[in-house]
Design a protein around this ligand. Structure first.
Ligand code: HEC
Length: 136
């Protein structure tokens, strides 16, 4: 049965199948490899999305499933404002509370995991990606 809301559950099924090596889940160990669509941005996926976004976004409607790089990329202006609020992205370090509007990662646990991370510093990885895409 699909989870409630407008999500289909397809993203959750795809994630679990990827973890355990296919539809029949042949692997007994979890293998958290980035999805193929993230081949050119594996560090951003593994260091940021998998740790601080995926647990919720895999259960959002499919267009907010960040396991599709295209979806994530389509929403980069929104990610910029939802994660960093009114903060200026150019000077380091980027900070969490100096400006209003920092909403994502949307729960205390994930918010702290993201903003308090140091090695690697997730906000800086996401910031670098956004700036590299011309999203200021
Ligand atoms: C605790 C759950 C949770 C986590 C973690 C989370 N999100 Fe979200 N996100 C949501 C929910 C729920 C929505 C839809 C409701 C809304 O738009 O506020 C959403 C919506 C969004 C949107 C879409 C806004 C729009 O334009 O419609 C973006 C962009 C986004 N999140 C980015 C992120 C990024 C980037 C991360 C990781 C750094 C992240 N989120 C982590 C729950 C979460």
């Amino acid at each position: 049965m699909a989870p409630s809301g407008s999500a289909t559950g397809a993203a959750i099924i795809a994630l679990i199948e990827r973890w355990y090596s296919g539809p029949s889940l042949p692997s007994s160990t979890q293998n958290d490899v980035p999805p193929n669509s993230w081949a050119n941005n594996q560090d951003l996926y593994s260091s940021v999305v998998a740790r601080s976004c995926r647990t919720c976004h895999v259960a959002r409607p499919d267009f907010l499933d960040w396991d599709s790089f295209t979806n994530f990329d389509n929403y980069k202006p929104s990610t910029r404002s939802r994660v960093f609020g009114a903060n200026n992205l150019t000077p380091l370090p980027v900070s969490m509370l100096e400006a209003p509007g920092t909403i994502m990662p949307h729960a205390r646990r994930t918010f702290e995991r993201f903003w308090l991370s140091t090695s690697p510093a997730q906000p800086e990885i996401l910031r670098d990606y956004l700036l590299s895409q011309g999203v200021q």
